[in-house]
Write a protein that binds this ligand. Sequence first.
Ligand SMILES: [Zn+2]
Length: 304
Amino acid sequence: MSFSSDVKTELTDIACAACCETQLSRALLLFGRACSGVSLSLLTEHAGAAAAYAKAVALFSGVTPEISRSESGNYKIQVEDPDVLDAVMGELGETRNEKRQLCIGRIDRECCVAAFLRGAFLAAGTVTNPDVEYHLEFSCPSTHLAKELIALLEQTGIEAKCTKRGGVNIVYIKKSESIETLLTLMGATENSLLLMGAKMYKDVRNTVNRRVNFENANIARSAAAARRQTEAIETLRRTGKFDELPPELRELAALRLENPESSTAELVEMLGDALTVSGVNHRFGRIIKAAAGNPAEPKKEGDA
Ligand SMILES: [Zn+2]
């Protein structure tokens, strides 16, 4: 079962008041595959969503439509009976605007907003498994309904955006907090908690990964620096210039050769904290310069 399917199962198990039942049914019908005076239809992979749609048709027309299975295993409801269509469109008709477009219209009660969104999600929503990605979307039958849906979501503090995919208006939500809020509002509290859990797990994993990457990068940098220092010291020895180094550089070079894998901080500790890390790095800089052919600079005044 997909996460989407689990959410729909949770949403179809909710009992609601008569006012909410009406809004839930309106949303199921408005966001179905077809909703006009010619045809009402829904195609869904979720048995519970199909049953809820059939109940919505029955609520407005008194006739329960048949649910069939398509070859791919989806549930299909198709209503073409003019009497049923008239009855349903009569109920939805009052929410037509001057352009004769069906619209969501005003939903006054907060409980009904939640029920309406639940219906829209059951008919046209999907949500991706939060382990993979944060994405919830509604495929909207018209641009007008998409805009209205965005406004309705905004009213509840949820930020949604709209795009077109294959000619269909997609209203989508990407923010994990907004998806959590919507799932909770619609009544899918269990799955909302699952999403929060997945998010927490992902956050912790990301933090650990970032820290490990940071530490690995540090180790690699420090190993590369130690290698450059050792090479320089060996060059100086090969060319007989090692003994020309001032004593403080000879002491550090000897320590490096004895401890080829130690970090600068560890060398500082071995030197009894007489120098700082930048002091040691400065001395290594002088050794590398000397190996490159430049004579080691005499110790400057104030030099560590
Ligand atoms: Zn209500």
